[in-house]
Design a protein. Structure first.
Length: 245
């Protein structure tokens, strides 16, 4: 099988096989996109909602997919959810719920969407949430860091019993966060940094890719090309992908 891509740097692939494919049997429908630059995206296999990407190549009648790191070279990225809107409040309004804060306090609207878009006021706690969205891998004994505008770096251990959650409660009142750093236990001598260009927020949600850290392995799949141009996967369940127009 092909070597796994180091940082999603794929080689151009067979142009005649590139394009979109869908499975007629899978419910909901699974899909496969083979791009000419050698990258692919596979949705819905082996389970609904599954999302895999990486590099592909055609070798004779075999198409080989090799999953790659989905988050780029540093292996982390900031996840910024959409801010809560009046439309969100209108959906849950009633029975004493008239304001956004009341809806959040009642658990009807996600607090993270509010905090991730809410500027920090002087003296407020800054929180960092580090998580792995693909398979739910625990962060473990990681450390989170904030680099402030004055160059000072503050390191924090996770909240006891709350994996991947970090609180920075003792920052200077008017501290301005310029970068978020994460030190993972798999590579304790390396800090991975993300630059913060907007105003300091109450919450920074950081996704990480276990494959880029060496904490998880990428997978592979082979498909056999059919006479009609379709593809049948060898794993996991002989899914038949038909070429889309």
């Amino acid at each position: 099988m092909l070597a796994a891509p180091a940082a999603f740097a794929c080689e151009p692939a067979d142009a005649t096989s590139s394009g979109g494919y869908v499975s007629a049997a899978a419910k909901p429908t699974a899909s496969l996109q083979l791009n000419r630059d050698g990258s692919f995206r596979l949705l819905g296999v082996p389970a609904p909602g599954a999302d895999f990407s990486g590099c592909w190549q055609r070798i004779g009648d075999t198409v080989a997919l090799v999953e790659g790191a989905a988050i780029g070279g540093e292996g982390i990225k900031r996840s910024l959810p959409e801010p809560l809107t009046q439309a969100d409040l209108d959906k849950v309004r009633g029975d004493g719920i008239d304001t956004m804060q009341q809806a959040i306090d009642a658990g009807l609207l996600p607090l993270a969407r509010a905090w991730a878009n809410q500027p920090r006021r002087a003296g407020e706690t800054v929180r960092v949430s580090v998580y792995e969205p693909r398979i739910g891998l625990a962060v473990g004994d990681a450390k989170a860091m904030l680099r402030l505008a004055d160059g000072k770096v503050i390191e924090q251990s996770p909240v006891p019993g709350d994996d991947g959650q970090f609180k920075f409660a003792s920052l200077p009142k008017r501290a301005v966060v310029k970068a978020i750093g994460v030190r993972f236990p798999e590579q304790p001598d390396r800090v991975r940094w993300l630059t913060v260009e907007d105003s300091t927020k109450l919450l920074y949600a950081i996704e990480f890719d276990a494959r880029a850290l060496g904490a998880g392995e990428g997978g592979g799949m082979t498909l056999t090309r059919q006479a009609d141009g379709g593809l049948i996967s060898d794993f996991p369940d002989a899914t038949h992908f038909k070429r889309t127009p």
